[in-house]
Design a protein around this ligand. Structure first.
Ligand code: FMN
Length: 271
């Protein structure tokens, strides 16, 4: 038991990888661990796309905002919410072909994400490193095309995978007391918030300033603290509105919004 804690607590995202391949044997082993994650109704409404091919990775590179790990890691895993497989089976079995709605997408998304984190932990136990890429969701429409996903299959999370070629320091986490609420939600006071984010403000800013590109961006921008880095540089309102629209468009195209009228999606996109 101690080992599993040691293992989980030593997680660090890895963005630089050795050229060494990851064998199919290890990949199958860690993905098997992924499939042991809990699953809604045990339907396992997800698929995992393994990308090794350089040409495919080159196509995915711009969609992942040119993150170099897309080209350099030997493997990319894309976890997709997938009700296509189940719906074919339903049709064969004269069962109603449900699961073409938003709730079904959410169920698939949760299951895909649970599986992904099991794979991540198993991979790290094998001496591999991973780094999630939020770009999987932000670019999920275009990624769907590259991966030739049929209707009712949508990418939700993905990560690069390979043998680590960098030593990185563990990143900060919020104190436990900031996360836990006993019996009911206890809202935060101004003082709580100052205390909770005190360490992060220093460590986080130090980390961003240690990257030459980010440092330049920060210095040239109108930002003076970490909270502003998050909202004026990393996750702007404009970018998130654009990704909201893109993701909704992808869900519509992939047949997961059949119960939602276009007026309703407009409401979601309103500021
Ligand atoms: C859903 C998700 C998306 C992420 N997207 C990216 C990404 O696009 N690029 C990146 O370098 N790291 C990405 N990360 C990794 C986080 O930056 C990282 O987990 C966080 O900074 C904490 O660091 P640690 O994983 O080393 O503890 C992502 C993590 C998650 C969970």
């Amino acid at each position: 038991m101690e080992n599993i804690y040691e293992h989980i607590l030593s997680h660090k995202s890895i963005r630089k990888y050795k050229e060494k391949e990851v064998s199919d044997e290890i990949l199958n082993k860690v993905i098997t661990a992924g499939t042991r994650a809990s699953s809604s109704g045990n339907m396992q409404p997800y698929s995992i796309i393994i990308t090794r091919d350089k040409k495919q990775r080159k196509k995915l590179f711009p969609l992942h905002f040119e993150q170099t790990m897309v080209l350099e890691a030997p493997v990319l895993l894309t976890f997709c919410a997938d009700f296509n497989r189940m719906r074919i089976w339903l049709k064969q079995s004269d069962a109603p072909e449900n699961f073409d709605n938003f709730m079904s997408f959410l169920i698939g998304m949760i299951d895909a994400t649970l599986a992904s984190q099991n794979v991540a932990l198993a991979a790290e136990a094998e001496g591999l490193g991973i780094c999630y890429m939020g770009t999987t969701l932000a670019s999920n429409g275009e990624i769907s095309k590259v991966l030739e996903l049929p209707e009712h299959v949508v990418p939700v999370v993905g990560f690069s995978l390979g043998y680590p070629d960098e030593e990185v320091a563990a990143r900060d986490r919020l104190p436990l007391e900031a996360i836990i609420h006993r019996e009911k939600y206890q809202n935060y006071t101004e003082e709580n918030i100052r205390e909770i984010y005190k360490k992060k403000e220093v460590d986080g800013m130090k980390r961003y300033l240690s990257h030459p590109d980010l440092r330049k961006l920060i210095e040239e921008s109108d930002v003076s603290n970490l909270a502003q880095v998050y909202t004026k540089i990393k996750y702007t309102k404009e970018s998130h509105l654009k990704y909201s629209a893109d993701v909704l468009e992808c869900l519509k195209n992939q047949g997961f919004l059949n119960n939602i009228k276009s007026e309703d999606t407009t409401i979601i996109l309103k500021q």
